[in-house]
Design a protein around this ligand. Sequence first.
Ligand SMILES: C[S@@+](CC[C@H](N)C(=O)[O-])C[C@H]1O[C@@H](n2cnc3c(N)ncnc32)[C@H](O)[C@@H]1O
Length: 282
Amino acid sequence: MVIRPMINDDTVKNNRIEIDLVLEGIYQCYGYDFRNYAHAHIKRRLDHRLSLSRMDNYLEMLHRIIHNEEFFNELLLDLSINVTEMFRDPEFYKSVRESLIPYLQTYPFLKVWHAGCSAGQEVYSMAILMHEEKIIDKTQIYATDFNELILSKAREGIYPVELMKQYTKNYQTAGGKASFAGYYRADYDHVLINQSLKEKILFTYHNLVTDGVFGEMNVIFCRNVLIYFNQELQNRVLKLFYESLIPGGFLCLGSKESLKFSECSPLFEPVSLSQKIYRKKR
Ligand SMILES: C[S@@+](CC[C@H](N)C(=O)[O-])C[C@H]1O[C@@H](n2cnc3c(N)ncnc32)[C@H](O)[C@@H]1O
């Protein structure tokens, strides 16, 4: 029989207070505001770093954060969760081809924003799709993240070759029209995304919590980012997206995200409820 230590209400309350102090310390020292991220997510990530660093409690961690920037940078990677892949959720890309592209083809010029772009796989996937649908030449893609380290990886566009099998499968399921291998160059154990795809993309820093509107977008992709925010922060960021879109612009969220419980819900109409594609009302 496994005997688990008793966790009483006081322990839970005290942990919460200590975690809030850690987040306040991060904000005061480094300006990153995690105070409205989902508590369960933050606790999981802090606990993970606590056990790796062999520290006893959150207050010891707070001291280390304040006095050791290198440690904070490691923690920032833990907190930002950069999991991504090319043509992730292939059905979503299929739906973009079928329900979004016909609208986008009618505009003379397009501005697209990938918010929370991680290491760039989602952005390059969309650039490939837009190339195949013949709209890439009139498109400027902005890809942003608040993690500089991950942004430099995105700019490089270099990925381990062993991931290509899964990415190729995703590409084909997503309705890819060419040979996926034509979009990169293999070099030993890595692949390098084609320069021609990079030319239309500007990777740059933007923090969704502390920075402002990113204007006049035709489409915003923000997938698998809002799940880490609490409801209040989700509302704030969705308002930022609303204000950053042209009337009739599109917002695409991740498979576990939706506008359902958000204050912005009446301002959008669904294009595909199952694929979380919405359109700003005119
Ligand atoms: C799980 S990844 C999602 C990547 C990609 N959109 C996808 O769906 O595959 C979440 C990304 O959001 C970024 N992120 C988290 N909080 C952010 C914030 N406040 N501002 C900008 N980016 C943020 C993280 O750094 C991370 O790269």
